[in-house]
Every structure is written in C-alpha cells, then in structure tokens.
Design a protein around this ligand. Structure first.
Ligand code: GLN
Length: 391
C-alpha cells in the first residue's frame, strides 16, 4: 500500500538509522572488534546488579511513580549535593527518565515552540539534532575545533538570535572527550543570562574525567541553577548502559515542564532498575574515583596504540572516546574509512562527520571507544598497526 506521501514525516527526514546501529551491525556481520558504539564489555558492580535482582524478587514490577521512586530521587539529590554542592528538592525538582536521551528529548519538547532555535556546539551527539527536529525547533551550531576543541566567544554570540530559546551543552563532551573549563563555562553562562536562555546540560560522563580535569556543572555558575535543566544518567558511571535510568534536575517550574512531556513519552521508567541505581549512587567516593582511574589507564593504552598506528590523536580529558585524524594514514574521508576498516583490519570506529553540520570540519576525524577490556584494546591496536604507512 502507498499513501503517496513519503515516510518518515518531514521532521525526521534525513535521520535514517543512527551511525551506532549501522557500525555495530557491521561489527557483528564482520566479526570485527567494536570500538564504535560506546558501551563497556564488562558489567558494573555486582552489588548493584544484585540490587536489581532483589528489587524484582521483592515485587517492584508494576508502574513506579511517574517522577521516579522516592528512594532514587533522594539518592539523586544527595549525589548532586555531595559532588557539586547543588541542592534540589526531591519531590519538585528531580525527575527520573528513561536515560538521558529521554530527558533531553522531553526538555526540548517542553521548552521549544515551533520555529524556536536551539544553540549547540558541534560536533554534537546525534540525538540532539533529532530531538530539536521532533520539537519543531531549529538548531544553530557553534564549531569546536581541534586540538583543544574550544570555541570563539564571538561565534557563540553570533549563533544567538531573538528566536533562541535553549542552549544545549554537553560536558564532558561526546565525541571529542573535551571537558569544558570553568572559563569556557563562564562565557556560556553569560550568554544564557544575557539572552534569557534556558540551558539544558547533558552530563552523562560527569564521573569519567582524567588528569587534572574536573567536571563543573553549568548550574553551579552564578545565576545558572534557576535557568538550567541538569541531565545525567547511570549508564556510564555504573557500566549498565542497557538499564536506561536517567534524570533531570531543575527548579520546580522547569522540572514540571519536562515532566509534562516525559509522561507522554515513556510514562514511567523501569521500576527495579530505579532501586538498583538508588543503591549505586550511594556507593563510596572510592568507587567513583576508581572508575576514572581505571578508564584513564585504558585511555592511555589506546591513545598510545593509535599514535603508533600512525593516527594524529587528540587525547581526551573525559568520556570514553578518543578522536583521531586519519590524514597521516593517507586518507581523508572518515566515513569511507570507517566503512572499510572492518574488512581492512577487523576494527570498527565511528566517523565524526556525522556529528557535524559543517561536513568539512569533521571529515577526516574518527572516534574510537576505550571502554573495553585491556586485552581487547591490545588486540584492536595490534590490528590497527597494519594500517601504518610503509616507510
Ligand atoms: N552514547 C553512546 C555512544 O556515543 C551510545 C550511543 C547510542 O547507541 N545511541 O556511542
């Protein structure tokens, strides 16, 4: 049957299949090592998994409250206070969501009217563009450029128009691994205050920072708590990316707006996992520190390996991704490079070009994840060494 009108709707034209699904399917097809989609190859703490099992056995299997179970909302409030001295009232200022992705979509849907503009940095995580499109809004991008992936304050000011409603910020930043400095955040905050924007922040890699880098939530800057929806999730911090428990923290009116959209997207979020994440968020500081230290060693391993294989590497200060330039290897089309890589040497990466509107800016850049076991990283490096240009 044809209806004479193409699918999907105009809003979703061009979104097709995500690059993560395409590249993970390619990995399965070819048996390549998947350093594309970011997900750990080992589970998080046993006691957290046990808490989920215990919650199922205890009968927490029906709809939980739409805003999330009180135990988890209180745990999120304590987490924000403990790490950032940010204080939220668990009943009116915290909302549990189905991952950060839902929190971001619900924020955009509830804050933007048709034709409003959303400013974001590029490269940007693909779900942001789709969320903006589904909200009927338009995106305006400001390009982050290597090696530091910083931005021109003027470019940010120029991206803002009378239509701008939201500034969407991701730090630590996927795919570059950049952690925005306090000085950069001050520029962003000043923009939000001056133009009366709502900031929506994706902080899912908040605990995955390296060296001297520290994550600073935008909401901690002067005047920002009242105009920021702070979003994070459990998937990355606790290595349970399939559980999809996220949250949004914001002052009551903003939080209520996001809740309005959330209740018609997923209604509520997975009950037993909420109990388990309430337990996880209360783990001692040492757990959070060890996650970062362990990941930093994996970063060093992969960065050194990519460097030996001949890539130009931009070592990340956070997340579990590293961006590399393929031009020293005699290639410059990252998409073609990633599509042929499994066949050439049995490794999957993601082309950064898909995270840019300015296709030239990301053309020769590719992203690898290092949230894999050390022996898997070593095997991938061994394979990538085959790409070394012969001297
Ligand atoms: N956030 C992860 C990544 O960037 C997973 C993305 C996804 O599968 N949608 O790889």
């Amino acid at each position: 049957m044809t209806t004479g009108r193409p699918f999907p709707s105009r809003r979703l034209h061009g979104f097709g299949t995500t690059i993560f699904a395409e590249m993970s399917a390619l990995a399965v097809q070819t048996g390549a090592i998947n350093l594309g989609q970011g997900y750990p190859d080992t589970d998080g703490p046993r006691e957290v998994a046990d808490a989920a099992v215990a919650a199922i056995r205890a009968g927490h299997n029906q709809y939980p409250p739409g805003i999330g179970i009180p135990e988890l909302r209180h745990a999120i409030a304590r987490h924000q206070a403990r790490w950032y001295d940010l204080h939220y009232e668990p009943d009116s200022e915290i909302l549990v969501t189905t991952g950060a992705t839902e929190a971001i979509a619900a924020s955009l849907l509830s804050l933007c009217d048709e034709g409003d503009e959303v400013v974001m940095f590029e490269p940007y995580f693909d779900a942001y563009a789709a969320g903006v499109a589904m909200a009927g809004a338009r995106r305006r991008v400001v390009t982050l450029r290597p090696p530091d992936y910083t931005f021109e304050p003027r470019a940010l000011a120029e991206a803002i128009s009378p239509e701008t409603r939201v500034l969407l910020l991701n730090s630590p930043h996927n795919p570059t691994g950049k952690v925005f400095s306090r000085a950069e955040l001050e520029i962003v905050a000043e923009c939000c205050r001056e133009h009366d924007l709502v900031a929506v922040t994706d902080e899912v890699y908040e605990h995955l920072t390296f060296d001297d880098a520290a994550h600073v939530p935008l909401a901690t800057l002067p005047g920002m708590r009242e105009r920021t929806v702070t979003i994070s999730s459990a998937g990355k911090t606790f290595s349970f990316t399939g559980w999809k428990i996220g949250w949004a923290c914001a002052r009551p009116a903003l939080c209520a707006a996001v809740r309005t959209a959330k209740q018609f997207l997923t209604y509520v979020s997975g009950a037993p996992f909420q109990y388990a994440i309430a337990h996880a968020l209360a783990l001692p500081d040492a757990y959070f520190r060890e996650v970062a230290v362990d990941l930093q060693a994996r970063r060093d391993r992969l960065v050194a390996g990519l460097d030996r294989a001949g890539f130009r590497v931009y070592p990340p200060k956070g997340t579990y991704f590293v961006t590399a330039d393929i031009r020293p290897l005699g290639a410059d089309d990252g998409l073609a490079f990633c599509r042929s890589l499994p066949e050439r040497c049995g490794v999957v990466a993601v082309p950064n070009a898909v995270f840019y509107d300015d296709a030239d800016a990301g053309r020769s850049l590719v992203r690898f994840t290092f949230c894999k076991r050390p022996e898997v990283l070593d095997e991938a490096i061994e394979r990538l060494l085959a790409l070394r240009p012969s001297r």
